[in-house]
Design a protein around this ligand. Structure first.
Ligand SMILES: Nc1ncnc2c1ncn2[C@@H]1O[C@H](COP(=O)(O)OP(=O)(O)OP(=O)(O)O)[C@@H](O)[C@H]1O
Length: 364
């Protein structure tokens, strides 16, 4: 468990954040200037906050009250930055070995061959970074961080410099890191899709404070933390079949779900992020619609916004799905909690980056 409690004032900005990150991948999520990097810098030991305490498991990294302030290189952290920051004059193999070189002898170590296999970089070992794509560089950077036997991995916007295609290439490796390696990860991002796909826990920051914290399904659905436009739901579903017309059929708790072909094998459990503004509601079972997905549930909550919109959350047999509709529609439909209601989701509204593998423990 990573426990962070820090207070720090810059001219015009105050950070005042407390949170506990359970094992897995914790995303620090927020707009530019919300304080994400400042928190990461305090964990890394690059910034000593005015006051605070940071501990990773049994070890106290910082405690301003008792004067504990572990030096950055004694913290045993693995870093993954926006740009890979590999050594250009070393081969991939040497870059990886550099990570392992600094690992303390008595620290639990990952096998080089296992890491190379997990990241699919076996064919790249003799190349230098100049001969790698952006995505390949990032895979090597993940490997180097992992081989340094870190107590904690810090990933600061590791996908921000990549185009959509490269992002899609790297995301599955972070999923594997989350599920197959027993090292907690603190991951900075301002992308809701990355949160939905990767996070075990989300800490949403706003103006230097924790606006919401919890599993991604809860935090992404929190209008206060996300804003009405950004609110979304995360459904868990199993891939039942890939169809020849380019669609994948999934089984969600509430029924079948059709998506553009997802990159997961049949039988795999995945997470799907569905933006609240892509969901339409109907009290009667709709017929003759072009949308393929109609899920039935009961109205759990109706939260009018300050403007013309209302957030309606349905309970779909345990999963929660939010729809952002107008207050006028909600009134015209006579929606009240407990009522049966149908949710319609356009298949093509779900983009590939919104679909990811479910972490172990949330499967089934
Ligand atoms: N050394 C510094 N001196 C003064 N102000 C600073 C310093 N470092 C950061 N700040 C201010 O603190 C606030 C938070 O910055 P921080 O970099 O933590 O945000 P962020 O959420 O990581 O943003 P981004 O996504 O753009 O990296 C900003 O208003 C920034 O200008």
């Amino acid at each position: 468990m990573l426990e962070i409690s820090v207070r720090h004032a810059f001219a015009g900005f105050t950070l005042d954040a407390d949170f506990k990150a359970p094992p897995g991948l914790t995303v620090l999520f927020g707009r530019s200037g919300s304080g994400k990097t400042t928190i990461v810098n305090t964990v890394a030991g690059l910034l000593t906050p005015d006051a605070g305490r940071i501990s990773a498991g049994e070890l106290t990294l910082l405690d301003t009250e008792t004067g504990v302030r572990l030096k950055p290189h004694h913290r045993r952290l693995g870093y993954i930055f926006q740009e890979g920051r590999l050594f250009p004059h070393l081969t991939v193999r040497q870059n990886l070995a550099y990570g392992a070189w600094f690992a303390p002898r008595d620290a639990p170590r990952e096998e080089m061959s296992r890491v190379v296999g997990m990241l699919g970089i076996g064919d790249l070992l003799d190349r230098r970074p100049g001969a790698l794509s952006g995505g390949e560089k990032q895979r090597v950077a993940i490997g180097r961080a992992l081989l340094s036997a870190p107590r904690l991995i810090l990933a600061d916007e590791p996908l921000a410099a990549l185009d959509e295609e490269r992002k899609a290439e790297i995301l599955p490796y972070f999923e594997r890191l989350r599920d197959e390696v027993n090292v907690p990860i603190l991951y900075v991002s301002h992308s809701a899709s990355e949160v939905a796909r990767l996070a075990t826990t989300v800490v949403a920051l706003r103006d230097g404070r924790v606006a919401a914290m919890g599993p991604p399904g809860e935090v992404l659905g929190d209008v206060g933390a996300m804003g009405a436009r950004g609110a979304a739901s995360v459904l868990t579903a199993r891939v039942t079949r890939h169809h020849p017309d380019g669609l994948s059929e999934l089984a969600a708790v509430a029924g079948p779900l059709w998506l553009p072909r997802v990159a997961a094998r049949e039988g795999a459990t995945i997470r799907v992020r569905i933006a609240a503004q892509d969901v339409i509601l109907s009290r009667a079972r709709p017929e003759g619609l072009s949308a393929l997905n109609t899920l039935v549930g009961t109205v759990a909550e109706i939260r009018p916004g300050r403007g013309p919109g209302t957030m309606v959350t349905l309970d779909l047999g345990g999963d929660r799905l939010s729809a952002r509709i107008t207050r006028r529609s909600a009134d015209a439909m006579g929606l009240v909690p407990g009522q049966t209601c149908h949710a319609i989701i356009k298949t093509v509204a779900v983009a590939p980056e919104d679909v990811g593998r479910a972490s172990q423990g949330t499967a089934e």
